[in-house]
Design a protein around this ligand. Structure first.
Ligand SMILES: NC(=O)CC[C@H](N)C(=O)O
Length: 309
């Protein structure tokens, strides 16, 4: 049996020595200054044991990883009706692509590309103020991670709000197609702020437990969501969680996971573990280079690919 604690420490040491680290996202000015040397990992197992190594307690911008949590909330609010406004297919296009949205008449391919997540933010906003909607998102994260300290990094939110012209284009196009019910600027405000939530690998791995363990909240008891819904969110993470890199990630790692341009990845091994990794250097698809490499090692050493031993 592989000792998980030594494995995460071995991986952190190996990643610290790697030279090929990718490029830090610079299109959000506030993220451009993040040190590419960072690497963190945290694994929470079915027994509740937590293993953390490297910079696993360093806060980073979770960016698109937040879309897993907003999807969970939106499904809780509107149920399967959400699928009339957002699809469930991999996009095969960059996360901020505009072309497909016009071809497909304002119905985003899936809830994890930007257009889909903006429609999801609209479903959560649903006539509330952005402040109330964001409070709900944060409360959910506090609950699932057992950690009340999780907050929004307002400098990152402001930075993206000032430069997020592509996202504004996507939101306006959704609105033009009747797939946005609230004012564009309010929906974008919710979207930019939930992307700007700061978390550590430890907090993120804790937050992912409900997806790894059949919708259950391991410490509070009871269900966060049904096991059916957890299964389906995991399926979307596998097929769409890494944008146009999702196929390659499934091939190499074989675990449902969601990435963000802050360099974080939340990975869910059903029944076995919730894992978070972070390293800010990205590949051409906007996915963490070392984060993916670390998950590939974990998957191989633990035999955790969902596709077999
Ligand atoms: N892939 C990502 O993490 C993108 C999220 C980022 N906030 C954006 O909208 O561009």
């Amino acid at each position: 049996m592989v000792d998980l604690n030594s494995l995460v420490h071995d991986i952190a040491a190996e990643m610290a020595a790697r030279e090929e680290r990718g490029t830090v996202a610079s299109y959000i000015p506030e993220l451009a200054g993040v040190d590419p040397a960072g690497f963190g990992i945290a694994v929470v197992g079915a027994d509740g044991d937590t293993h953390v190594a490297g910079d696993g307690d360093t806060l980073f911008s979770i960016q698109s990883v937040s879309k897993v949590f907003t999807l969970t909330l939106a499904l809780g609010k509107v149920g399967d009706a959400l699928w009339q406004r957002v699809g469930r297919e991999p996009s095969g296009n960059p996360f901020n692509s505009i072309v497909q949205l016009e071809y497909e008449k304002g119905i985003p391919r899936n809830p994890f590309i930007n257009a889909g997540a903006i429609a999801v933010a609209d479903a959560i906003l649903a006539g509330h103020t952005p402040k109330v909607a964001l409070g709900e998102i944060l409360r959910f994260l506090h609950f699932v991670s057992d950690d009340e300290s999780i907050h929004i990094d307002s400098a990152v939110a402001r930075s993206e709000q000032a430069t997020g012209f592509r996202n504004a284009a996507l939101a306006n196009y959704l609105r033009a197609c009747g797939n946005l019910r609230n004012p564009v600027d309010l929906v974008l405000g919710v979207y930019f702020h939930h992307c700007a939530i700061a978390m550590s690998c430890r907090q993120l791995a804790m937050a992912g437990r409900y997806l790894a363990f059949g919708g259950r909240h391991p410490t509070a008891g009871g269900k966060v969501i049904s096991s059916e819904r957890a299964k389906r969110i995991n399926a979307l993470m596998l097929t769409c969680g890494h944008y146009d890199g999702s196929g390659d990630f499934a091939f190499r790692v074989g675990i449902p996971a969601k990435s963000g341009v802050g360099g974080g990845i939340l990975a869910v091994v059903p029944g076995k573990a919730s894992i978070a990794v972070w390293s800010p250097g990205l590949d051409a698809q906007g996915n963490s280079v070392l984060g993916s490499a670390a998950l590939e090692l974990v998957s191989r050493r633990m035999n955790w690919s969902i596709f077999g031993d």
